[in-house]
Design a protein around this ligand. Structure first.
Ligand code: CA
Length: 223
């Protein structure tokens, strides 16, 4: 799940970014509304978290720009403004949920999970594919009766492949949804992680993650 955070308070932004990373979510960050709106309309995000009072473009106008552009990802608004009128105003303009500052990390992550379930791309539900099982809430992966220990990135990668099981997923889409903007798209990080994931989930002589030359990867038990 790829998240965009738009927040001008640096300390709060750093806190949220580290929280998202710990939860295995890839994230991009913008410190003003103009840049945030641009990123939200350019990349494919599964969730946008935005402040209300921002430099260049306020949260309300920003959400309007994103929705006017036809983007349907869930949006969570953060704000110290908490009158009922403000909340309904923000929801009217197209935000999906509203969280008043200050909030705890548990509150924020609960909202993120709830909104993630609504995302048209990534759902925070238990995934199964044949004998593979992945649970985003407990961060557990198993194959039959065997538990498999994965890093955050390997977990997100497998989750994305499982969500798209039996379909080819391109390297570019994986970079977009599993990695964040910081990764150099010419590096071989996708290939490296695919290789590590294969070693962990495939038994000897078995092939589950297939390379489709020139197109990407496909999770499949068929040969
Ligand atoms: Ca602010």
């Amino acid at each position: 799940m790829r998240v965009l955070l738009i927040e001008d308070e640096e300390d709060l932004a750093a806190f949220i970014v580290s929280l998202l990373k710990k939860s295995g979510l890839a994230g991009d960050y913008a410190s003003d509304g103009g840049r945030g709106s641009f990123l939200a309309r350019t990349n494919h995000y599964d969730l946008v978290i935005t402040d209300y009072i921002l430099p260049k473009l306020d949260g309300r106008s920003l959400i309007k720009e994103i929705r006017d552009d036809g983007r349907q990802m869930p949006i969570l608004m953060l704000s110290v403004r908490q009158s009922a009128a403000d909340k309904s105003d923000v929801l009217d303009v197209g935000a999906d949920d509203y969280l008043s500052k200050p909030f705890s990390s548990e509150e924020l992550l609960a909202r993120v999970r709830a909104l993630g379930r609504r995302s048209p791309n990534i759902k925070n539900r238990i995934l199964t594919f044949r004998n593979l099982k992945l649970d985003p809430d407990t961060f557990r992966v198993s194959k039959g009766s065997q538990n498999i220990k994965l890093t955050n990135k390997e977990f997100s990668l497998l989750q994305y492949l499982m969500l798209n099981a039996e379909h080819v997923v391109s390297r570019e889409i994986l970079l977009d949804h599993v990695w964040d903007d910081e990764v150099d798209s010419f590096s071989n990080t996708v290939e490296t992680h695919i290789l590590r994931l294969r070693r962990k989930i495939e038994s000897k002589g078995e092939k589950i993650i297939h390379t489709v030359v020139g197109r990407g990867y496909r999770l499949d038990y068929r040969q």
